[in-house]
Design a protein around this ligand. Structure first.
Ligand code: MN
Length: 232
């Protein structure tokens, strides 16, 4: 018998006062499509549509600490886009959660990038096929440390931004979300049993666009450490 594969659980580093602990064991990684009105419009939607979900494998998380991380330009694309997103980590679960139950399930927040091979996604959309190749590739989900919700009072009254080479490319207020963080979790729990350790990428504001080798991406949310990525 060959040696069995050794697969380690993905542990997301914690920030702030929790930094010394072992990390947040990641269960599943859900993502929400088109959750800011201005981005929905740029992707061809109109009006308030129900949220829709897709997933990335936990192994596609690319953990970024305090330092600028080198992120290799992905294979099999010539149009890789950035989507900056607030990520929420859950410490409890359930089905058919109310909005207040959903809110109580939040352990903390991180900054993430939902990197997208837009050319491959567009091709699959056109052919009516599934999108995994556009969204769930290796290192497709850069993410910074997770901070506990108690250390981030007023976070949802603020917003998120992304600069590329010092120029603002994406900027949005969380109040512009079509489905709030808690509403998103509640909607998700109507279709999946939410479990401890689940992460949710909560959608991106307008301004998505291509990255190139050498670009420096800096994603910011007040209260969270900046996520800094250089495309290599
Ligand atoms: Mn996204």
């Amino acid at each position: 018998m060959k040696a069995l594969p050794v697969v380690r659980p993905v542990l997301l580093p914690l920030g702030g006062a929790a930094a010394a602990s072992s990390g947040f064991a990641v269960n599943r990684v859900f993502c929400v499509g088109r959750n800011y009105a201005d981005h929905a419009v740029e992707m061809g939607a109109s009006g308030r549509e129900p949220p829709f979900f897709f997933m990335k494998p936990p192994q596609s998380l690319f953990l970024v600490g305090d330092q600028t991380a080198q992120w290799p330009y992905p294979m099999a694309t010539e149009d890789c886009h950035h989507e900056v997103e607030l990520v929420v980590g859950l410490s409890s679960g359930g089905t058919n959660l109310s909005v207040s139950q959903a809110s109580a399930a939040i352990w903390g927040y991180a900054i993430g990038l939902d990197m997208t091979r837009r050319d491959r996604q567009a091709q699959m959309k056109k052919e009516g096929k599934s999108w995994e190749i556009g969204k769930a590739f290796d290192r497709a989900a850069p993410i910074g440390p997770l901070l506990p919700v108690e250390s981030l009072p007023g976070l949802l009254d603020q917003g998120i931004s992304l600069t590329v080479n010092g120029e603002v490319r994406q900027k949005g207020e969380f109040s512009q979300m079509i489905w709030s963080v808690a509403e998103t979790i509640a909607e998700l729990s109507k279709a999946w049993e939410i479990q401890p350790g689940d992460l949710i990428y909560t959608g991106t504001p307008a301004g998505v666009g291509p990255v190139s080798r050498g670009d420096l991406l800096v994603a910011s949310v007040p209260g969270l450490p900046d996520l800094r990525l250089q495309v290599s």
